[in-house]
Write a protein that binds this ligand. Sequence first.
Ligand code: ADP
Ligand code: MG
Length: 375
Amino acid sequence: MKNRIGIVGGGQLGRMLGFAAKRLGFHVTVIDPTPNSPAGQVVDRQIVADYTDEKAIRTLASESDFLTFEIELTNAKILDEITKKGIRVNPSAKTLTTIKDKLLQKQFLAKAHIQTADYKEVKTSEDIASVAEEFGYPIMLKARFDAYDGRGNALISKKSDIPAAMQKLKGRLLYVEKFVPFVKELAVMVARSTKDEIKTYPVVETSHVHNICHTVVAPAQVSAAVQKKAQQLAQKTMMHLKGAGVFGIEMFVTKKGDVLINEIAPRVHNSGHYTIEACFTSQFEQHIRAITGLPLGDTNLITPSSVMINILGNRNGAVSLKGVEKALAIPGVSVHIYGKAETKKERKMGHITVVGGKTKDIYKKAQQARRYIQI
Ligand SMILES: Nc1ncnc2c1ncn2[C@@H]1O[C@H](COP(=O)(O)OP(=O)(O)O)[C@@H](O)[C@H]1O
Ligand SMILES: [Mg+2]
């Protein structure tokens, strides 16, 4: 039986994929540069190397029947070569290449007639100023590659903000997006298996602070019409996107009720962590099923509602975890700690999920549990 899975990346997403894969009996190897990485702690073997290390990726491929990744930073070119040698890489190297470059991703969505914010490639401060004249301020300057947790974004509210924004994203390939005055951000997790089965998770609501995901509410507190638009957009995107696996689709809702796509993640996603406790099949198990050709699981909620809050670091230094007992004493609360040795300001260290009846009540419980935990 083919039962060896290789994962490029050993962070918290790899860890949760690891738990799910181990439960199904797979042998799991990860690549991560940090020894004893969050995923390395729970899988069979970790290769200590950079995500883009050619030799390490080839070693991983030679030891795996199925290859996948938990970060977009990996080397799409090598994955493509590996695919040609007959190892199943999912999502496909082609999809990864399209998504990895945020500008190419926008062009791909435009070609599929899927609505996004207006955008334009820029190279110089003069380009930015002229696009800003066209779009009107504010605008969002974005790095095309290797952007996550808002680290590749710079908001430009007026012309005099341009130098600081350029400084923040110095040396990177750039493009500009029109600022979307959204009323809410939504996300939909979608899965496609190697057998071409597609399943969509409920529409959730995400809240960001400093561009980092803080809270996820499932199901989203939006009208049925907006829910439907979001679901349809997710399905339409999947019709155009190749490859198997779980994808996270981030969206904006405007005051008028229009839904546009912000970005696609070619992997399991922070906005889908709630699925571990709140759905029949978690996004992590679903990804493992999808890439190994197993039947996809039920994506429905098994609870009326769910709230997820991230545990982000608030200082730099060694981890010292406190307050878990108090948090777990609240009914319906689950705590996930990622096993990172060092905390950093705004680093994702864990998360809390609460399941239960009324969203308002469980939101309060989640906030209380979060206040108890120090890391
Ligand atoms: N065009 C935009 N208009 C308004 N807000 C935006 C825009 N683009 C991004 N943002 C805000 O910044 C957050 C992070 O941006 P995103 O492009 O998703 O980057 P990342 O890859 O870091 O998640 C979004 O979730 C949203 O809150
Ligand atoms: Mg995002």
